[in-house]
Design a protein around this ligand. Sequence first.
Ligand code: MF3
Ligand code: CO
Length: 250
Amino acid sequence: MIQRKSKREIEMMAEAGKLLAEVHKELAKLIKPGVTTKQIDQFVEKYLAEHGATPEQKGYNGYKYATCASINDEICHGFPRDEALKNGDIVTIDMVVNLNGGLADSAWTYAVGDVDEKTERFLNVTKTSLYKGIEQAQVGNRIGDIGHAIQQYAEAEGYAVVRDFTGHGIGPSIHEAPHIPHYGLPGKGTRLKEGMAITIEPMLNEGSWHSKMDDNNWTARTVDGERSAQFEHTIIITQDGPLILTEQES
Ligand code: MF3
Ligand code: CO
């Protein structure tokens, strides 16, 4: 069943989203060559605790960390670890914040140190694809409209859209119905209704869209070793258009 949120629920999720956006703005300053994803994870956990929030991913289906940290060819659900990030790497930090029961989910890919133009273009296109999807998250549109907008744009720019992981409904738990694929056909799928809370989180690959699973049964990576990037927001479908709960106002 697809839940529609009450005004009160949306307010609580918005508070969580605002805090999550603040965390990402802190990470943008913190992430540099030499920093480890374990240190990033510990920073997030401490920051959330200081702001009265908890990392919802920790303990979810046995997941052990506050964040997912996916480096270069890792698509998603990378484990934070004691390996220093290197100049030119890209790293996606994904987390779900629980603030007084309100949830918000947002992932962002960061360039580590100085990256070349090819990398900058890859990150820009991936971020823009998220906003192309959000534009379609309108009352009366269908889920396929979101995926179609993302896929059409991303593929025209020369990138592939990951199929094995999707956006999702969110609240009261991390993953609720419906799935929000980042590919698809316009006019197909469930109709979007006022009050739905969903994530849109396109993962684009420089090579093939196919993924393989690591032995840890969590981390997905590209089959060809090419890189993957991801940007994610939590949004509410409203009569006035999509309301982004996790926006990082510069
Ligand atoms: N934001 C992540 C997602 O939607 C949350 C994954 S839950 C975790 O895929 F436990 F894997 F972290
Ligand atoms: Co998500």
